[in-house]
Design a protein around this ligand. Structure first.
Ligand SMILES: C[S@@+](CC[C@H](N)C(=O)[O-])C[C@H]1O[C@@H](n2cnc3c(N)ncnc32)[C@H](O)[C@@H]1O
Length: 826
């Protein structure tokens, strides 16, 4: 049911905007309207924007990535060879000197331009617990070899320094031999800047750890020396001096621990607090943990660490710490209150809103002067409504989503959908009942996400993806790191993430999702210690095959250049990853801030498979581009649109792509040129092609806008605007029920009551891309009818436009102030 705007309301809207009622077309020129209109990128007035100036952008070519891949694969295949013994003193001095130069700014850190890191290359991770391994000394290790069955016991003897995404340090074994070590994907450390103090906290002189099944490579250079390469952070087992592994071990050199790191629990607490107040939450959690190692009963450190974990979104660990403190008998009421508050926040973070609400209310008994309990309880109630019934305040969400990179405070919602089997074979998503077009199916928050503004003026790490042989931007790279970090802090999530599809080189995941957990999940005991064995290569594959580029609902113009795509925000979502693809999908999805919203684009029967488009662009993409973009997923997409394009043939598709590129690059276009472009598009479809003609729809909608502008001076053009509008909509896949083009008000029409007059289009199916374009066409048609005083038709097309906006989850009321707000939900 799509409630209509009646004449009185429409006039109210116009009055609110100060628009003379005789010119609904003028609505589109009003600043307030334009502001809203532009914000959601319904392009105003048909003015074509020329392409923004290009910045320097040189992505690695496929060939270059292939060469890198060959090179590294060849190195990996080298036969094991002895490693050179190096001078302990020289090695330590070397790294310390390098670090001192970088820290003092004597050497430029690393170019901001970005450097490439290869992903998808062979790498190791150990799955054998330390207790099942034997110690090995550096003297017995070989280059180009993974020392299966062994561990290296070592301690840090030089300052650590980041290099690109890695951290380098020097470690010694008990015999006093040293080796350079390169640690990859260390969780918690921001790799885009050089956080010296955090690095020193993680790798202080004398830090003790064992490396499970270590791999040694030989560094390049005049004299190849051994380089310990730790691909997975879970291979590092941090050791306390009391650890049984160290029993009977004697070290040839004195303990290099710097006296400044010998602190009391209270001193660690102060250090932790100073990190916390400067926003270094990972460092603060480490400091509190070190304090607890000194005095395990110093419960205030546990309480403070819960706060650090909340900021890091390590919610289970926060809950454990806060619960431990709240159960203590002899704590003050303020400490009890803090513990309860942190329990409630952790429950909220874990999306257990009933429990969170209960704990927030529990705080009330303890005079919570500084806790906005009522606001929290209201937030919980709102989240319960959202997750239970899909009842969202879309107007508020849209407002919030305008802040780039905003993480929205909303609950996830799973509508009438479930994981099932795809008719294609394998897993997919299916409906659990009949569904109407426009219905909300899924609201999903990202597992991990990265926005481009996070990498402005910082070192940009780019990816040479050796799985796809494509270059990827800083967001895609950061996504992998962030996924590893999230797992490190929430080890129970590892099995969930690794139940996603990982490409053909990994075995197919089990059909169950969420998976049945194989063992009681691991718990975080120490922010440094990774408690699950992380297969970093698997994570790289999972991110490669499942990450989405965001489609921002407030910026529907997509990524018009390769550079924009390269820099696009990227996210890993769990349930959305289980949808199979179709270019002409039966669902439509958009992002509001970090949240992904999926709606049905068609009426669907119970049990029908749901598809969504993996394509990054919310606009139509020509066949050849789609094929390239989808190459990593499938050799050929079998959706209706691709079938139709293949039937048209390469030549027709190629020409249409050429005309489309021309259309999109033109800043201005004359009426004659617009008409010619429509003809050219139409000539390049095979006679057998059905009514859905996406490129033609683009050309026609362009013509509609130019005609509509001209019709203001020349009202006789009105019927042509409507006729072209109908064709544009039909070519986009919309079924038009009322083909009235005459702008004269007929007696029959006037005699019809409001109830008899439905929408002029069928609402059982919507286009899954270019919806904004269709809305724009409908608004133009409404404006022409309005100019001809046919208020009924104007209103009907306005309602149709509103339906289109609802498909985008954007209420038309937002751009037409004064219109009723009941349309904010579908
Ligand atoms: C992100 S997964 C999709 C869900 C997957 N079936 C699962 O079990 O999680 C992507 C993979 O599904 C398969 N797939 C999805 N859509 C497809 C399509 N239209 N044609 C062929 N394969 C498709 C491809 O193997 C693709 O790499």
């Amino acid at each position: 049911m799509h409630p209509g705007i009646n004449d009185r309301e429409m006039h109210q809207c116009l009055a609110a905007l100060g628009i003379p009622p005789e010119d609904i077309g003028g609505i589109m020129r009003r600043p307030r309207f334009i502001q809203k209109y532009t914000e959601i990128k319904l392009r105003d007035q048909g003015v074509r924007l020329s392409t923004p100036p290009q910045t320097r952008f040189q992505p690695k070519s496929k060939q270059e990535i292939e060469d890198d891949k060959k090179k590294y694969t060849a190195i990996r295949m080298l036969a094991p060879s002895p490693i050179l013994k190096i001078s302990r003193r020289a090695q330590i001095l070397n790294l310390d000197f390098d670090r001192a130069k970088r820290e003092s700014g004597l050497t430029r850190p690393i170019s901001l331009e970005g450097h490439y890191v290869e992903i998808g290359l062979s790498q190791d991770f150990s799955q054998t617990p330390l207790s099942g391994l034997r110690p090995i000394e550096i003297s017995r290790m070989q280059a180009h070899r993974t020392h299966k069955g062994y561990y290296l016991l070592c301690r840090v003897v030089s300052k650590a320094a980041p290099l690109g995404e890695n951290v380098f340090s020097t470690v010694e074994d008990p015999t006093g031999l040293v080796i350079s070590a390169c640690f990859n994907r260390l969780p918690g450390l921001a790799r885009t800047q050089e956080n010296w103090d955090e690095l020193d906290l993680v790798f202080p002189h004398g830090a003790l750890f064992a490396i499970r099944e270590p791999r040694v490579e030989a560094s390049t250079g005049a004299v190849p020396i051994g380089l310990l390469v730790v691909d997975s952070p879970s291979d590092i087992v941090w050791l306390k001096s009391s650890d049984p592994t160290l029993r009977g071990v004697t070290w040839s050199f004195p303990d290099p621990t710097n006296a400044t790191w010998r602190k009391t629990a209270n001193q660690w607490k102060s250090l932790g607090n100073s990190y916390f107040t400067s926003g270094k939450h990972f460092a603060s959690a480490i400091a509190y943990t070190k304090g607890l190692e000194v005095t395990p009963t110093a419960y205030l450190l546990t309480l403070n660490r819960a706060a650090s974990y909340l900021h890091l979104e390590y919610f289970r660990a926060a809950l454990t710490d806060a619960t431990t403190v709240s159960a203590l008998q002899d704590i003050s009421s303020d400490e009890k209150l803090k513990a309860l508050y942190r329990i409630a926040q952790a429950e909220y973070g874990l999306a257990r809103y009933e429990a969170a609400s209960h704990h927030f209310q529990e705080c009330l008994s303890l005079s919570p002067a500084y806790i906005p309990v009522e606001r929290w309880v209201a937030r919980c109630s709102q989240r319960i409504r959202e997750s239970g019934a899909g009842d969202y305040d879309w107007a508020h969400i849209l407002g919030e989503a305008h802040n780039t990179g905003k993480k929205l405070d909303v609950a996830e919602f799973t509508g009438p959908i479930k994981v099932g089997m795809s008719p294609r074979g394998g897993r997919g998503m299916v409906t659990t009942r009949d569904v109407k077009a426009g219905e909300l199916l899924l609201v999903s928050k990202p597992f991990t996400i990265a926005f481009p503004h996070e990498f402005v003026n910082t070192h940009r790490i780019l990816t040479a993806n050796c799985i796809t042989l494509q270059p990827e931007g800083p967001c895609r790279h950061a996504l992998i790191d962030r996924t590893v970090t999230k797992i490190a802090g929430n080890p129970e999530l590892y099995e969930l993430v690794t139940a996603l599809y990982a490409g053909p080189s990994f075995s197919a995941p089990s059909p169950d999702f969420p998976p049945v957990l194989s063992s009681p999940s691991a718990k975080l005991s120490n922010p440094l210690q990774v408690e699950v064995d992380i297969d970093t290569l698997l994570i790289e594959h999972i991110c490669t095959y499942n990450a989405f580029y965001l489609k921002d609902a407030t910026r529907l113009d997509g990524y018009s250049t390769d550079k924009e795509r390269f820099d696009a925000p990227s996210a890993l979502y769990l349930l959305p990853s289980l949808f199979n693809h179709a270019c002409s999908a039966n669902t439509i999805w958009y992002n509001f801030g970090d949240v992904m919203v999926v709606r049905a684009a068609k009426d669907l029967a119970e049990g029908e498979e749901l598809t969504l488009s993996y394509l990054a662009d919310p606009k139509h993409v020509p066949y050849a581009t789609r094929k390239t973009e989808l190459a990593k997923h499938m050799s050929q997409c079998d959706c209706e649109e691709c079938e139709a394009d293949r039937n048209d043939g390469e030549e027709f598709c190629g020409r249409r792509a050429f005309y489309l590129a021309r259309l999109r690059s033109m800043a201005e276009i004359s009426l004659d040129a617009a008409r010619t472009l429509v003809r050219s598009m139409e000539e390049n479809y095979a006679p057998s092609r059905g009514p859905i003609r996406p490129e033609s729809s683009q050309a026609r909608s362009n013509l509609v806008e130019i005609l509509a502008d001209a019709a203001r001076e020349l009202p006789s053009l009105g019927p042509e605007v409507i006729a072209e509008g109908i064709k544009a909509l039909e070519a986009a896949g919309i079924v038009v029920l009322d083909r009235t083009v005459s702008v004269e008000v007929s007696e029959v029409e006037l005699a019809k009551s409001e109830d008899e007059v439905g929408l002029p289009i069928r609402t059982s199916s919507a286009p899954t891309y270019d919806v904004d374009m269709c809305v724009r066409v409908m608004l133009r048609m409404a404006s022409v009818f309005h100019m001809g005083r046919d208020m009924k038709m104007a209103k009907r097309w306005l309602d149709a436009a509103r339906w289109g906006m609802l498909i985008l989850s954007i209420p038309l009321a937002l751009i037409l102030p004064g219109a009723d707000r009941s349309c904010s939900r579908v």
